[in-house]
Design a protein around this ligand. Sequence first.
Ligand code: ATP
Length: 270
Amino acid sequence: SKAKLFDEKTDTRTSFKDVAGLEGAKEEVEEIVEFLKHPEKYTSLGGKIPKGALLVGPPGTGKTLLAKAVAGEAKVPFFSLSGSDFVEMFVGVGASRVRDLFKQAKDKSPAIIFIDEIDAIGRARGKNNFTGSNDERENTLNQLLTEMDGFGTNTNVIVLAATNRADVLDKALMRAGRFDRQIYVDLPDIRERKEIFEVHLRPIKTAETLDLEFLARQTPGFSGADIANVCNEAALIAARKEKKAVSKQDFLDAVDRIVGGLEKKNKIIT
Ligand code: ATP
C-alpha cells in the first residue's frame, strides 16, 4: 500500500547531538535547517533557496542519520526512499512513485525528502545497472529532475540524496538548481571515533570508566555504523555471560568480532 512505501515521519527524535564528528558536514546542513525554518529571511533579497544537496561518502558514515537530524532539528516531516527500492519493488512504476513522493512532501511542506542510494536511479545514462529496463530507469531519473525543476520559489521542500559513488552519477543531477551542493561525509578519524563511541555508550551500562581514546585506537577504518555495532555487540557479550555491566574486555571481544565480519565482507583472507 501507499502508506508503507514512503516512510514519512516527523522525526523530532534525531538531532545533531546524535551525530558525532562530521563537523564540516554538520555546518553545511545547519544552513539547510535555517532555510527550512526561516525561508523568508533568505528569499527576502531575491535569493533562491537550494533545492537539493548530495551527501557523499562510504557506507555507514552517518548520511541517513544526518538527513534525519536535519528534519529533526527543523521539526519538519522526513520522507525517505531508497534507490534500491526502485530495483526491488517499484519495477514498472518508478516515475509515478517519484511523482507521489514529491506530491506528499509538497502537501506537508516544509519537508525533507531523503533519497538513499541515489546511484541506483541516477547513474549516467547508458551505464545500465538496473534490473528494470534502462528506459525505465531513465524515466524515473527524468521524473526526479522534472520534480526538482518544478519546485516553485516557495515550495520549501529540500531533497537530500546519499551516495557512495558520486563519480557514476549522471551530470544532469548536479546541474544548478538540482543537487548543486555536495557534502562530504567521510570515515571518522581517531578523534571522531572517540566521539562516536561517546554517543553509542550513552545507553550502555559499563563496569569501569572506559578509555575511549584506547577504543578509538583499536578501531581504525571503522565507520560510525561499525562502532555502533561494537557497542551493541559488547553489551550482548556481557549479558550472555550474565554480567551486571560491560567491561573493557567485552568491548575488545566485540571489536574482534566486528573485524572478523568486516574481513569476511571484504573477502580478505588472513
Ligand atoms: P549507508 O550508505 O550504508 O546507507 P549511511 O552513511 O546512511 O550508510 P547511517 O545509516 O546514517 O549511515 O548510519 C548507520 C548507523 O551508524 C546510524 O544509525 C548510527 O547509529 C551509526 N552512525 C554512523 N555514523 C555516525 C556518527 N557520525 N555519529 C553517530 N552515530 C553514527
